[in-house]
Design a protein around this ligand. Structure first.
Ligand SMILES: [Zn+2]
Length: 1016
């Protein structure tokens, strides 16, 4: 009906207005034409999952004074535009938006969209909830957020995305290529942002498109076809057709000869010229035009109308062939060309878009948000395990809302810290809401297991567990109770790792006379450390700021004790009052202040000793009596004054690090040493806004440095970027190593790039790299490793030294669109001060070749700290009425030292998603870089495994199916490739999973019989 009426209108209009004119039908049927230059027009919209506006504001189109973008418009107008011509195509990327829209649609529209997807007119690519960042996102978070999107797409549309589309992230990680690309089953990966010098060279050599082999260990078995765009992810200039957008003035194709300004020949010539120019820097006769950009297609017809005409007239002209395409069609065409491609290894960091503009500031921007994301990531991992033990509840509480918040915050303008302040607040709010719900899951599951000796059972657990998310600022109401009136505190310590593990726990307490017992009633060694004024001030201020109330209790001490916890399980400890004050204080309260009188101060109750000068309290030596390492080491702070952009308009900002002068921070020299049986602490007031505590534990051979930085002053009008340096005599010869998204270590060479001759214009900012796990340097005899608790930027600016950027506060915007200076504050009743952050890093020195064990195993412990739950003892003996220790695995079993469980999650359908990760690279450690194996029967005791299916990394297709479809690309040069080690198929009877170095294997596990809650 509608179509007929339209025809009639057109007919009438032509009769009355102009006898000559007739309805024009554009021929858009063109496919690929061999022998011609094929211009693949790829219509797309880049929809940031939050940036200048929050995700929801972008979706509904509100807050228009900031930006007019409305994703609902994009998707609403897309459907009729695609229906109008079956040759038109579109790709959609961001599942967080797509799912919001999908939920809003009628069944009728949903059915239409399903048809558009199955016909290939609408292709869902990338397919994660967001287009995650690659520098500041951890690989576990990248996997989780991709899985969430991919499984939805599989369930609703029964398709698996084929293409990685990381067009906007600011540099690209090796992990993205091999893990989130090849191991997900993508056929290719496209992006736009690579260093401007690299881009120039690649254009000249026609090497923007490569075979990217991101992993040394998995090598050719996990390589992927990857393409960097010649300029950006927009159309060539002059081919840009957004409705009501006067920012780019592209001439429309005026093809009605009865109207003025007929321009078809001119526009066709311009089209062909732009195509030929791109073809000159591209291999094969296929080029891609990315037809769209940020939040475009608000009214999709404006773009399609022009593209229809271009395809019609350009193909009529015949010099080149234009077609509606997608990255899948483009990839298939490249593959069919049988061309050989250059190999790319390592990654594309750091990114500079022009001279003096290194996007290395965002590695550290918003360190508190980055820390929060990492803490929530670990919590989510643990909470899903506990959710599985208890049994998932669809109606809630469950971990879904935390999953969603964590997925969204991996976006390349979220965890990066490059969003506006109100948007950063929105991400934090989502995490907080998600956490609050997951906290209930954790409490219920622990109670369920702990109470399972009682008759009531786990359906209605009696124990109410509390948790302390603000423990990092020494706030924990359940532990801040007066034990002298007979209350006992029960602490359940959960370990989400697959290994037995020992770690020192600390909680704030009021009483001095306390004793800690394990679940067998045995008194265990503990230590009281006074809660110093600086900690109390931070605690009181931030509790008031976050919770709107001043904390009531006034704890005087940290109570520290060592907890030993089985894999995927918990141990219970009881803290109670004791009258034997003298005896206990002798054992527990061994601390004293030392003034700066002696020559040296030696710190450390175990193998590791740190030596400080007595006079100024400067760290001078690191001595390990077991490994016989004795190394000179210094640690210092300095700040870079941030360029304000007055000279050449390039300021330091949320994205860009542009230092303008280095300023060492001279420590004021006041040192307090606290000593005890478990650990020693060195407290240092570095300056009025930097405080540092260095901890050396009896049973650990690394130093833990806790820094408190802020508020960074800016009353001099100068932004400041705060760094710490660890300096040794190691002859590191310009080389240092940083991790790729928390996984493989990549060699970095100062002032050097493997892929081109680097022109050094920013000797500091241009040598910064993202760090998620850690960094190290080495020489023939020794290696120095530093591990971090969140993503930060780091470098080795001089030999023997590692540098981390810990905090930044700026006064100017760096002109990349965010339009705000990165100036974070904390406020109480509208009174704001610069943000103070508390964080940790860990350092260790090993004989050369021995550092990997610590970096990998302890690195995993940093990622997954113990989860603590508290309750008061509800009777004489908690342990008699409760399950005091628990392991989800067979009690006789632990995972091998080189394997971690990175996902254990009950899916909607009752099946279980399991991911196992080998933690070592090939050749990284002499004992642990070997094939390893995991016995599934022991990971799931008391269960009968019915079926184990190996899946792609994002669990949206069978691994075998994925491997069958894998494209085998031709590679330039030598074809001698060593055989890659991979674990073999899982035998259905033995159920043993093999893992080769750096391998991650994903399984869906099904069990026999009705699900019952696991008992202790
Ligand atoms: Zn973006």
């Amino acid at each position: 009906m509608a179509v007929q009426r339209l025809c009639l209108l057109v007919f009438l209009a032509s009769v009355f207005l102009c006898a000559e004119s007739k309805y024009r039908v554009y021929n858009t049927t063109s496919g690929i034409v061999p022998g011609k230059l094929n211009v693949h027009l790829v219509p797309h919209s880049h929809d940031d999952v939050g940036w200048l506006k929050t995700i929801d504001q972008y979706y509904v189109g509100s807050n228009t004074s900031i930006q007019g973008a409305c994703v609902q418009n994009v998707l609403d107008s897309l459907v009729p535009a695609l229906l109008a011509d079956k040759n038109r195509k579109f790709i959609y990327v961001e599942q967080a938006f797509f799912q919001r829209w999908w939920r809003d649609q009628s069944e009728e529209v949903q059915n239409i969209v399903k048809k558009l997807v199955s016909s290939g007119q609408l292709e869902l690519i990338n397919g994660g909830m967001c287009m995650h960042d690659e520098a500041t996102a951890h690989y576990i978070d990248m996997i989780d957020q991709t899985t969430l999107g991919h499984r939805f797409i599989k369930e609703e549309f029964n398709v698996t995305p084929r293409i990685g589309w990381q067009i906007d992230p600011f540099g690209h990680s090796a992990v993205q290529a091999y893990l989130l690309g090849a191991e997900v089953g993508f056929d290719s990966l496209f992006f736009a942002r690579i260093d401007y010098q690299d881009r120039t060279k690649r254009k000249n050599e026609k090497s923007l498109e490569v075979i990217w082999r991101g992993s040394k260990s998995l090598a050719s078995s996990a390589q992927i076809f990857a393409g960097a765009f010649p300029e950006n992810y927009e159309p060539p200039s002059n081919f840009y057709y957004e409705v009501n957008d006067d920012s780019t003035d592209s001439p429309i194709v005026q093809d009605d000869i009865n109207l003025f300004d007929y321009n078809v020949p001119q526009r066709v010539n311009e089209f062909i010229a732009a195509a030929v120019s791109q073809a000159n820097i591209t291999r094969t006769n296929h080029i891609m035009w990315t037809m769209g950009t940020d939040f475009k297609y608000q009214y999709a017809h404006t773009w399609f109308r022009q593209m229809d005409k271009f395809i019609h007239y350009v193909n009529q002209d015949g010099r080149v062939n234009a077609l509606y395409s997608t990255p899948s069609i483009y990839t298939d065409a490249k593959y069919a060309s049988k061309e050989s491609w250059p190999i790319k290894t390592d990654d594309f960091f750091p990114y500079a878009d022009r001279v003096n503009a290194y996007w290395t500031g965002y590695f550290t921007s918003r360190p508190a948000l980055k820390g929060y994301v990492r803490a929530m990531s670990a919590y989510y991992l643990a909470a899903r395990q506990l959710e599985y033990f208890k049994g998932r509840s669809k109606l809630g509480p469950n971990t879904d809302s935390l999953a969603d918040a964590l997925a969204i915050v991996q976006h390349h303008d979220a965890v990066t810290g490059t969003e506006k302040q109100h948007v950063a607040n929105d991400y934090a709010k989502r995490l907080s809401i998600g956490y609050t719900e997951a906290e209930k899951v954790v409490a219920a599951s622990l109670a369920c297991i702990a109470d399972s000796t009682s008759k009531i059972g786990s359906s209605n657990p009696q124990t109410k567990f509390q948790q302390c998310p603000l423990l990092n600022i020494s706030y924990c109401p359940p532990s801040e109770v007066d034990f002298s009136n007979g209350k006992n505190l029960v602490i359940v310590v959960y370990n989400s790792l697959g290994w037995m593990r020992e770690d020192v726990i600390r909680i704030p307490v009021i009483n001095e006379n306390v004793v800690v017992r394990d679940s067998k009633g045995k008194e265990i060694e503990s230590q009281l450390l006074p809660l110093l004024n600086v900690s109390v001030a931070i605690r009181n201020y931030h509790v008031t700021a976050y919770l709107g109330k001043h904390p009531r209790a006034r704890p005087s001490y940290w109570l520290a004790f060592s907890a030993t916890v089985p894999p995927l399980g918990f141990s219970t400890y009881i803290v109670s009052y004791t009258k034997r004050a003298a005896a206990t204080s002798e054992r527990q309260t061994e601390y004293k202040s030392e003034s700066n009188q002696n020559d040296t101060i030696e710190v450390g109750p175990g193998n590791l000793k740190l030596i400080y000068t007595g006079k100024e309290g400067k760290l001078t030596q690191y001595i390990n009596s077991r490994s016989l390492v004795k190394e000179s080491v210094q640690q210092s702070y300095s700040f870079y004054s941030a360029d304000d952009g007055r000279v050449d308009l390039q300021a330091s900002g949320a994205y860009i690090f542009r230092p303008n002068g280095t300023h060492p921070i001279k420590s004021v020299g006041k040192v307090t040493v606290l000593r005890g049986p478990l650990l020693d602490e060195v407290h240092q007031r570095i300056n009025p806004w930097i405080y540092q505590v260095t901890r050396v534990y009896k049973v650990k051979e690394h130093a833990e440095v806790e820094f408190t930085i802020g508020p960074i002053p800016k009353d001099d009008g100068i932004g400041k970027e705060i760094v710490t340096q660890i300096t040794t005599d190691l002859k590191s010869n310009k080389k240092f190593y940083t991790d790729s998204s928390g996984r493989d270590f990549i060699e970095r060479v100062r002032d050097y790039r493997k892929d081109w001759n680097l022109e050094v214009n920013q000797p500091i900012a241009g040598n910064y790299y993202p760090i998620n796990l850690g960094t190290y340097i080495k020489d023939d005899s020794t290696e120095l490793s530093v591990l971090v608790d969140r993503s930060v930027g780091g470098a080795s600016i001089v030999d023997g030294q590692l540098e981390l950027m810990l905090h930044r506060r700026l006064v100017a915007d760096d002109s990349r669109g965010v339009g705000e200076a990165l100036n974070e504050t904390v406020c109480i009743h509208n009174e704001c001060t610069g943000l103070t952050i508390v964080g940790k890093y860990y350092l260790r020195i090993d004989p050369s070749g021995e550092g990997a064990k610590w970096r990998r195993s302890f690195g995993q412990e940093i990622y997954s700290p113990f989860l603590l739950a508290f309750t008061e003892q509800d009777g004489d003996d908690w342990t008699k009425s409760h399950i005091p220790t628990f392991s989800g695995m067979d009690p006789s079993y632990v995972l091998p030292d080189n394997v971690a469980i990175i996902t254990l999650q009950e899916l909607e359908n009752g099946k279980v998603l399991l991911r196992l990760a080998h933690l070592y690279e090939i050749g990284e450690d002499k004992d642990l870089s070997v094939m390893s194996s995991v016995e599934l029967k022991k990971v799931f005791p008391k269960k009968k495994i019915k079926k184990v299916t190996e899946m792609s990394l994002s669990a949206n297709q069978g691994r075998t199916e994925m491997e069958k479809k894998r494209l085998v690309w031709k590679v330039e040069g030598s074809s001698k490739e060593p055989k890659v080690l991979r674990g073999g198929p899982v035998d259905a009877v033995k159920l043993v999973v093999e893992l080769a170095p750096m391998e991650i294997r994903t399984f869906v596990v099904e069990f026999n019989g009705k699900r019952t809650t696991t008992k202790g």
